[in-house]
Ligand binder design. Structure first.
Ligand code: FO1
Length: 317
């Protein structure tokens, strides 16, 4: 009997593992919950980058080079906007723009983000359920030496260069997990933390009221987004440094220590396995770098096999 899984993900790295998982688990066996802390309003448009990265990835429309936006893109809108002297630091392609316009239109008509996301899954022919972590506004603020920056201004406008001091998730206190999110955890045999940025992609999801409680007693398996002390893409390693922590797969395990049953780390980090096991976190060493489509499926298979082992071990305790 196939496992029933809930997977938590952010952008690029998480989306790749999600892609692999959807080739192995039917829609009734896998619920995807995606970070919305990166969301912002830009040029009057409601933009949800991590939801879009996961949606485009599952639709086979994701731009493989950038890790965001679409393939077969054109840039007439942005070029014209530049001629108007408008802000063009956040690059919106013409086809991608249509999605942001349509999401904004539907949300202005009163539809919650989870309904709009479900509608886009139908439009793109995606059978799996993609849930925003919440329908309520949550905005990650990056506290830096140059002041507090909304996430996209830190990450894109300032190319994640400002020195990070901390993070906060504005609106998190009043935000409720999206309809079906906690139930999905309840119904799942295990929860997977995809290899996304722990600080700004997974932590906002875990900070939502009721989520950590729902995870208690659940087998929870992580995949380290840090390989050889480096992030595969983006500022995750820099953020560990900024928080006074040497970036490593072990640091990731410690970051999630309260909730992790097991973690998969890359072969280059094999020597860290005993240290992580000493934290009480079962460790599986494998190739976690996903460069090709087959890599995604293979890693997903290993994640599920490891998860099944952990569930079996739990049931024997
Ligand atoms: N990331 C960039 O580094 N530069 C961009 O111009 C950019 C535009 C963009 C447009 C739509 C979208 O959905 C994502 C976009 N991203 C861009 C990625 C975005 O910053 C994400 O939040 C990151 O990928 C982190 O999750």
């Amino acid at each position: 009997m196939a496992l029933k899984i809930t997977a938590l993900a952010g952008g690029t790295g998480g989306a790749k593992l999600v892609d692999g998982l959807t080739t192995l688990l039917e829609p009734d066996k896998l619920t995807l919950v995606v970070n919305t802390g990166d969301d912002f309003e830009h040029l009057g448009l409601a933009i949800s980058p991590d939801l879009d990265t996961v949606t485009y990835t599952l639709a086979g429309l994701a731009n493989p080079q950038s890790g965001w936006g679409r393939t077969d893109e054109t840039w007439n809108f942005l070029q014209t906007l530049k001629e108007f002297g408008s802000p063009v630091w956040f690059r919106l392609g013409d086809r991608d723009l249509a999605l942001h316009v349509e999401r904004t239109r539907r949300m202005k008509a009163g539809l919650p983000l989870s309904d709009v996301t479900r509608a886009f899954c139908r439009i793109f022919g995606i059978d799996h359920v993609i849930l925003p972590m919440t329908d309520d506004p949550v905005r990650t603020i990056v506290e830096t030496d140059d002041g507090d920056l909304p996430f996209q201004e830190y990450f894109v406008k300032h190319s994640h260069e400002p020195q990070v001091r901390g993070f906060r998730f504005e609106g998190i206190e009043n935000a409720k997990p999206a309809p079906g999110f906690l139930q999905a955890i309840e119904d799942s045999e295990a929860v997977i933390l995809c290899p996304s940025n722990p600080w700004v992609s997974i932590d906002p999801i875990l900070a939502l009221s009721g989520v950590r409680e729902a995870l208690e007693g659940k087998v929870t398996v992580g995949v380290s987004p840090i390989i050889g002390g480096q992030a595969v893409r983006g500022p995750a390693a820099k953020m560990f440094q900024a928080m006074g922590i040497t970036p490593s797969a072990c640091a990731v395990a410690e970051h999630y220590q309260q909730i992790l049953s097991g973690i998969l780390i890359d072969e280059v980090d094999a020597e860290l396995a005993p240290e992580i096991e000493a934290l009480g976190i079962r460790t599986k060493v494998t190739q976690t770098m996903m460069k090709t489509q087959p890599d995604r499926k293979r890693l997903a298979e290993e994640v599920l096999a490891f998860t099944a082992e952990l569930i079996e071990a739990e049931s024997r305790r």
